[in-house]
Design a protein around this ligand. Structure first.
Ligand code: 5GP
Length: 181
């Protein structure tokens, strides 16, 4: 068990299981991008650990870049608009793979892909460590998804709770209040 601030989290995915799966994902990417020079776009902050474990298993010639989102409330439409910051590279004609920690509702990934498409990449794919299929609200195709998980809150391996827990080397799940009694 791990306690972060006011919450208790229990073991969910061990480091060994996570890294075995990342090895499988890397093997698939090595095969799919053989002979190509893709550019990987890592979404900060959460994807940093997953990205480092994935990228060091690739035997491709590739570039790596990092983006983060600036979130702001749009005054003209309801909802949270997120703009990508930090992307310097020209993606035109490139094979692009976005690396994300988790796709929950899919809204973030959907917005990100919509902002990348006008740059005319040759191909655009997504690699996410975790995916919550039940929570999905926006259509996103996930070419490389590590684990499909239930709609529960998880921390560790890059994922935080209120800024904490990103450095945990495994993934933990929020315990029900009833099980904490
Ligand atoms: P989406 O736009 O797909 O709903 O959410 C994407 C973002 O929400 C993720 O990049 C992550 O920051 C956050 N998120 C969604 N589910 C979880 C979760 O179970 N744990 C943590 N720590 N963050 C989550």
């Amino acid at each position: 068990m791990v306690t972060i601030l006011d919450k208790t989290f229990g073991p969910f995915l061990s480091q060994a299981i996570i890294e075995e799966r990342i090895g499988e994902m890397a093997a698939q990417i090595n095969e799919d991008y053989h002979g190509k020079t893709p550019i990987f776009i890592v979404v900060l902050n959460g994807a940093f650990l997953f990205a480092s474990e994935l990228l060091k298993r690739l035997d491709l010639s590739c570039e790596v870049s990092f983006v983060r989102f600036a979130s702001y409330e749009n005054t003209q439409s309801s909802g949270n608009v997120r703009e990508i910051l930090g992307l310097q590279e020209n993606l035109s004609g490139r094979d692009v793979v976005v690396i994300e920690d988790i796709v929950d509702t899919g809204l973030t990934m959907n917005q990100l892909l919509n902002q990348l498409r006008p740059s005319n990449p040759k191909s655009l794919a997504v690699a996410t460590l975790l995916h919550k299929p039940e929570a999905l609200k926006a259509p996103v195709s996930l070419e490389y998804a590590g684990f499909e998980i239930e709609n529960r809150f998880v921390v560790g391996y890059g994922l935080d709770y209120d800024g904490l827990g990103r450095n945990l080397n495994a993934i933990y799940v929020l315990q029900d209040i009833s099980s904490q009694a």
